[in-house]
Design a protein around this ligand. Structure first.
Ligand code: AMP
Length: 284
């Protein structure tokens, strides 16, 4: 696996790969790689030959009070994991490489960005879409793979690619979890052992809603009750939002047909975690 901080080196490498007939697949990350990221690399390998990973903790998507400076950065370990999992090229830009002029031109997301994660983290999705647009222009992949764990992000990325005619196929993969249900996240590293146990309430809440839905419950209010009942038992877990929403505009529903998304953000101690499920689809 080659790794480089340089945009020119990435462009050169990708141009040669394409000239040799290789399909280019891209997995953007912020590093601190876990089995969720590695699963995206596995999926990438089924779509092409040149598997490009990026690791960049994008300052544009963090608000001043958020965890940018303490975000985990185990770079050497990440490189070993990525190479072992089939990445062929790793892009490790610095902030100066990505934003030599600071924040100047940005991508303004559509109205979905004002809800849920966007309401709690103003400017977050503008930062995300700006960096993803830049990365897609640098890497020029045929296919890019994202995780459903960040479902609002994935929806906004799909919209950007469609609205701005970006020539890339977007793939969104289900969330990888620990066997106890906890969604893998780089931020899980911040959890103390008791917090890690408490954090299970988030996926347990989603499971309770799924079970109610599978039992025939379609009222969003009662699905929310099922989640809140689970969360109430664990006072260290403070929900930020419980969104029961349709997938197109991510607006709240009263009745929840198949395909309805339930997305949760909650604080566990000082750590903010997100998770979601799609009713009638997949597992949890
Ligand atoms: P991050 O490094 O957290 O920015 O995530 C990089 C990519 O990995 C994004 O597309 C995420 O949605 C995806 N991802 C993060 N956690 C998981 C997970 N548990 N399962 C699958 N994909 C994930």
């Amino acid at each position: 696996m080659h790794h480089t901080e340089s945009i020119e080196a990435i462009r050169h490498h990708v141009t040669s790969a394409r000239a040799a007939g290789r399909r280019v697949v891209f997995v953007p990350t912020m590093g601190a790689l876990h089995a969720g990221h590695l699963r995206l690399l596995d999926v990438a390998a089924t779509h092409g030959d040149e598997i490009v990973l990026s690791i960049f903790v994008n300052p544009l998507q963090f608000a001043p009070h958020e965890d940018l400076t303490r975000y985990p950065r185990p770079l050497e370990h990440d490189l070993v994991l990525a190479a072992a999992r089939g990445a062929t090229l790793c892009f490790l830009p610095t902030t100066a490489t990505m934003y030599p002029m600071g924040m100047r031109t940005t991508v303004r997301p559509g109205p979905i960005a004002d809800r849920w994660e966007g309401a709690s983290r103003p400017g977050h999705f503008e930062g995300v879409l700006t960096v993803v647009a830049k990365l897609l222009h640098i890497v020029t992949p045929d296919v890019a793979v994202f995780g459903r764990k960040d479902i609002q992000q994935a929806t906004l990325i799909r919209q950007m690619v469609e609205d701005l005619d970006m020539p890339v196929t977007i793939i969104v993969e289900p969330t990888v979890r620990e066997s106890n249900g906890l969604a893998l996240s780089s931020r899980n590293a911040f959890l103390s052992p008791p917090e890690r146990a408490d954090a299970l309430a988030i996926s347990a809440g989603l499971r309770a809603a799924r079970a109610a839905w599978q039992g025939g419950e379609r009222s969003a209010a009662r699905l929310r009750d099922a989640i809140e009942e689970v969360l109430r038992r664990v006072p260290t877990v403070t929900p930020d939002y419980i969104a029961i929403i349709e997938p197109t505009g991510m607006t709240p529903v009263d009745l929840a047909p198949r395909g309805t998304i339930i997305a949760i953000a909650a604080r566990v101690g000082a750590t903010r975690l997100i998770d979601n499920t799609i009713l009638g689809v997949g597992d949890i």
